[in-house]
Design a protein. Structure first.
Length: 322
């Protein structure tokens, strides 16, 4: 990946002249089944651009309450697009066709109308849960029946592809826009790609410029993303296996409730505050993140070996048993 970055053929991407970025965008568009795609420095910026081009100010965005666009984008949809989230809680993080249908309300000039549905697959803070093609297709169809577009936050869509042994394009068929991450499990140092129709991607290009995301010789980063898409998706099954081992090793530990790990994320509910466990585990070389005050998140990736997982489980069992 670093060799590809060093040897990347580059140009000025602000003018669409970076050949490496263009090739990556074409590759992702083809893999996802869309007309066009656009590289962004971050998934948060790509999500923000999608919301902007698919909505108008004053509308509502239907989204599961733990979704990234609600919890970790600093109110971006309100600040940058003038829209507000309409949150729904689900057991596994995934909106169903019924959830979308229930959001329908008679139009009235006195209240906001539904302008967008956002689906997240896999769902980060639901513990890496996966939505299959039937569920995704039904939710997308239910939105379109109301004349409402759909954006898929697919930061970890590649994990869903591997977990379900289903091409990513089949998981997002019919969606209006899709964002996929090139970092995380694909190991690129930065970057996400937004895919959609050619017209919407050109609109997103203007938004990217406005948000400060238009860059010059971006092919240096796009080269890493292309290696990720072409060579790293197939190894995600290893991350999933390591997460399952980690979950199994922690199961039964007093003071812990371990949730199933369908992909590369293990959610663990604690009796103690997560902050205490974070500090103690970090002192022994194990880093965990907090999903909320009593729930921690463990994530496996390319640089976490099987032995690392075994050691992490041992440390966490000891820390949480105190």
């Amino acid at each position: 990946m670093r060799r590809a970055m060093a040897e990347a053929e580059v140009g000025d991407d602000v003018y669409g002249e970076d050949p490496t970025a263009n090739r990556l965008q074409e590759l992702v568009a083809e893999r996802l089944g869309f007309e066009a795609a656009l590289w962004f420095p971050t998934g948060t910026m790509a999500n923000a651009a999608a919301v902007r081009v698919l909505t108008r100010p004053g509308q509502e965005v239907l989204v599961e309450e733990r979704s990234h666009v609600v919890q970790f984008e600093l109110g971006g949809m309100a600040v940058l697009s003038g829209v507000i989230p309409k949150v729904v809680h689900t057991a596994d993080g995934h909106l169903t066709a019924e959830d979308v249908a229930r959001a329908r309300r008679p139009r009235s000039y006195m209240r906001s109308d539904l302008g967008l549905v956002v689906l997240e697959n896999t769902h980060n803070f639901a513990g890496g849960t996966v939505a299959g093609p039937a569920l995704m297709a039904a939710a997308i169809a239910a939105a379109h029946e109301q004349g409402v577009p759909v954006h898929v936050d697919g930061a970890r869509l590649w994990n869903a592809e591997v977990a379900l042994d289903t091409p990513a394009r089949d998981l997002v068929a019919g969606a209006d826009t899709v964002m996929v991450s090139l970092s995380k499990g694909l190991c690129a140092p930065a970057g996400s790609v937004l895919a959609g129709s050619r017209q919407r991607i050109e609109e997103a290009r203007r938004v990217r410029k406005q948000l400060g995301g238009a860059m010059r010789q971006v092919g240096i980063l796009a080269a890493a993303g292309r290696v990720g898409v072409e060579a790293m998706v197939s190894r995600l099954a290893e991350d999933h296996a390591h997460a399952r081992l980690l979950a199994e090793a922690l199961a039964g530990t007093p003071g812990l409730r371990v949730f199933p790990a369908p992909t590369n994320i293990v959610a663990v509910e604690l009796v103690r505050p997560v902050g205490q466990v974070q500090v103690e585990a970090a002192s022994r070389g194990v880093l965990v993140s907090a999903m909320d005050e009593k729930t921690m998140r463990l994530v496996t990736h390319h640089d976490v070996s099987l032995e690392d997982c075994r050691r992490a489980a041992e440390v966490l069992r000891e820390v949480c048993a105190r």
